[in-house]
Design a protein around this ligand. Structure first.
Ligand code: AKG
Ligand code: FE2
Length: 389
């Protein structure tokens, strides 16, 4: 795969260093709390009600922003209720995800494979990408299957600047191997319209959240508005197949998606109510000074938000981008019999500022003096993606 030119050495060095950081943060991680520890005393993911963030009262909005700040400076994860995405859009995209993974033939999926695309758009199987390529664990193919797409002006009905969109590499989306690919409408007629409905809503929610992030960092509420007029927004459908009791019999877990952090500014995750997502909380006395994997709570109707690496480096590590993964675990019944795991579907939306924006350090009063090299968001994300194939 070709590598980018200007400044790429230092980006690649930083990406390599990231792998080291990941490895050291994972070292000694435990999956179960030490015996005698009350799990309720361990850190968890807070629920933030967004209802009053849509209020006309600045005081109300500021109160929500304060809760967001608390979450972002600790675990970097929170869940949101009353987020404004309607049920029909949510049910619709989950239904299309199921159809995509079950109704397309292997040949139809293969025609859409990300290896035909320079920007990682399209279908990927468990072995096409691996998010943690340098870790020391024995290579294990992830069970996930995915489908990725990115921003298109037609998916953003609200912006008057959508046609200024450029891709990760700073170029307009032109050639067929540098833009979105979609399943044939004669096979899945409702797929693209349903994706478009969800995408338009999640995009607006992400812009709204950026205003709350601005408030939470003591910046003008509109600070990020001009940077999200034609933003990066990668959508992804994910499917983790069920694991049978037989497959799970002698295993503590099966890897769905390896340990990683996300790359952009933040991620908005929709999922079915099936367990699987786990978050790595830092060591504490309660955990014998070991990092601990904890399941992300299942709260139907909520979306999960997590800070990603670009925003972490932009905020000078004030906001935390936290390691997470997806695993299937066997379910042990009271009589000791083992049940397999159920299928999980999820729809992450990875939100970035405009890929071509000149990124300036955030004001010192908000995050201190910048420690990181200024970098275009597209350049950074592209280099991170390239490290996964
Ligand atoms: O499927 C999930 O719940 C999480 C997916 C995820 O972390 C990712 O795609 O980056
Ligand atoms: Fe992730």
């Amino acid at each position: 795969m070709p590598h980018s030119t200007t400044g790429s050495i230092s980006i690649r060095d930083e990406v390599k260093a990231n792998q080291e950081v990941l490895r050291s943060r994972l070292a000694g991680a435990i999956s179960e709390p030490p015996s005698g520890i009350d799990v309720d005393s361990l850190p968890s993911v807070p629920l933030i009600d967004l209802a009053s963030s849509f209020s006309a009262s600045a005081v109300d909005r500021q109160k929500v922003a304060a809760q967001i700040r608390e979450a972002c400076t600790t675990s970097g994860f929170f869940q949101i209720s009353n987020h404004g995405i309607d049920d029909a859009a949510i049910d619709g995209i989950l239904e299309q995800a199921e159809k995509f993974f079950h109704e397309l033939t292997p040949a139809q999926k293969d025609a859409l494979n990300i290896r035909h695309n320079q920007l990682f758009r399209g279908y990927e199987s468990g072995s096409d990408t691996y998010v943690n390529p340098d870790d020391n664990t024995p290579a294990e193919v992830e069970t996930k299957e995915g489908f990725n797409w990115g921003y298109e002006p037609t998916l953003d009905p609200t912006s008057s600047h959508s046609d200024e969109y450029v891709e990760l590499d700073g170029q307009p989306p032109s050639a067929p191997d540098r833009c979105n690919v979609w399943p044939d409408a004669s096979v899945l007629p409702d797929f693209k319209p349903t994706i478009a409905t969800y995408y338009a809503q999640v995009l607006q929610l992400a812009r709204h959240l950026f205003r709350l992030f601005a408030l939470s960092l003591d910046l003008e509420e509109t600070y990020f508005d001009s940077l999200t007029t034609h933003p990066g927004g990668i959508g992804r459908l994910l499917y983790y197949p069920p694991q049978s009791a037989e497959q799970m019999k002698h295993r503590a877990q099966k890897l769905g998606l390896g340990a990683h952090t996300d790359y952009e500014c933040f991620t908005l995750l929709l999922s079915t109510s099936h367990p699987g997502l786990e978050i790595l909380f830092p060591p504490s006395e309660l955990t014998g000074n070991k990092p601990i994997w904890r399941p992300c709570p299942i709260r139907p109707g909520t979306l999960t938000v997590n800070i990603a690496d670009f925003l972490m480096r932009w905020t000078n590590n004030v906001y935390k981008s936290t390691i997470h993964r997806v695993v299937s675990r066997p379910i042990k019944a009271d009589d000791g019999t083992i049940r397999g795991s159920e299928a999980r579907y999820s729809v992450p939306f990875f939100f970035s500022i405009n890929y071509d924006a000149d990124v300036q350090p955030l004001p010192e009063h908000a995050v201190g003096i910048g420690k990181f090299q200024n970098m275009k968001a597209g350049q950074y994300v592209l280099e991170r993606l390239r490290a996964t194939v």
